[in-house]
Design a binder for this molecule. Structure first.
Ligand SMILES: [Ca+2]
Length: 313
């Protein structure tokens, strides 16, 4: 059984990138304070960003509650922290690169050469009920589901893997498409019409869901500042949520403009001993459960998978 607990007091910001969105001016401008990492020389800037949705920057508790209702997700506008609904075991050898809720199980893509896989995981046990072994020459990255097929990126191999899900995973990818893209592959999600991809930069790439043809790119910015290291993605409602590599932050992006509209500080979820992301074991992996309105969060090599909702910080 999962251990259930709630996060009582939430940790302050990490040494990693922190977004703190506070206040709302007369023109619904959102004050945004940015603190960069210790590793990149601390820099603080304050700027303002118009809220494109025309609502307040920090949702009320009532609005936040809507995030967990089945009426569909509301945009994450402002600064949030996770509230833990439950904890489940997670394979501590899984180098999590992609996470998505599919038919009552978690579809998880794991990376590293020789250890890459695509799995369907029972969250109660953390066990992979089905597992595709990715060929040893490939390093798997983000993955998502399009019409009953898992689409899986590779890191520097420019190879797209497609795996049919309808009749079980089988033991190897159904298709291997070489030279499918000309960047690195990091995160991937499907918004119902287009695939959204990251390559570790500050860009979102929009691709045709069938051909993987590049349709558009959008730079992601917090006010005027590019946010680099966009990693694992989740398409939720009208937003794209992105893990920011080497941080405990998840940003909520308006994919039409690239504007960061909200942020989630998940510092309080970092397991003991995993502070600072030892050996690359950082927060990475976000999946939305449209049936419950909750989210699944984990990290590379983390022993725990969290079921969470988000509440204003
Ligand atoms: Ca995801």
């Amino acid at each position: 059984m999962p251990r259930r607990r709630r996060v009582g007091s939430l940790a302050a910001s990490t040494a990693a990138a922190l977004l703190a969105l506070v206040g709302c001016g007369a023109q619904q401008a959102v004050e945004i304070r940015v603190t960069t990492t210790a590793a990149t020389a601390v820099e603080e800037s304050t700027t303002s960003l118009r809220n494109p949705h025309g609502s307040t920057a920090s949702p009320t508790a009532g609005e936040a509650d809507l995030v967990t209702e089945s009426s569909g997700p509301v945009p994450l506008l402002g600064h949030f922290v996770p509230v833990v609904v439950a904890e489940y075991p997670h394979d501590p050898t899984a180098w999590t690169q992609g996470l998505e809720w599919y038919d009552g199980r978690l579809l998880e893509s794991t990376g590293l050469n020789g250890r890459s896989s695509l799995r369907l995981v029972d969250v109660e046990t953390g066990r992979s009920e089905e597992l595709v072994t990715v060929p040893d020459d490939l390093y798997a990255e983000g993955a998502t589901v399009v019409d009953g097929r898992a689409v899986q990126l590779t890191y520097r191999d420019r190879t797209l893997l497609v795996t049919e899900l309808s009749n079980g995973l089988g033991t190897e990818p159904t298709q291997r498409r070489a030279d499918a893209y000309d960047t690195e592959g990091w995160g991937l999600c499907y918004d119902g019409s287009r695939l959204v991809m990251t390559d570790g930069s500050s860009q979102l790439f929009f691709r045709d869901a069938e051909t993987f043809e590049l349709l558009d790119t959008v730079p992601v910015r917090l006010a005027e500042r590019p946010i680099e290291g966009l990693n694992e993605l989740e398409c939720v409602g009208d937003q794209v949520l992105a893990n920011v590599w080497l941080t405990n932050d998840i940003v909520a992006i308006d994919p039409a403009t690239g504007m960061i509209e909200g942020s989630i500080d998940a510092s309080a979820l970092v397991p003991e001993g995993y502070e600072g992301g030892p050996d690359g074991a950082v927060l990475n992996g976000i999946a939305y459960n449209h049936e419950t309105g909750t989210f699944w969060l984990t990290g590379k090599l983390w022993p725990v998978l969290y079921e969470v909702s988000f509440t204003p910080a």
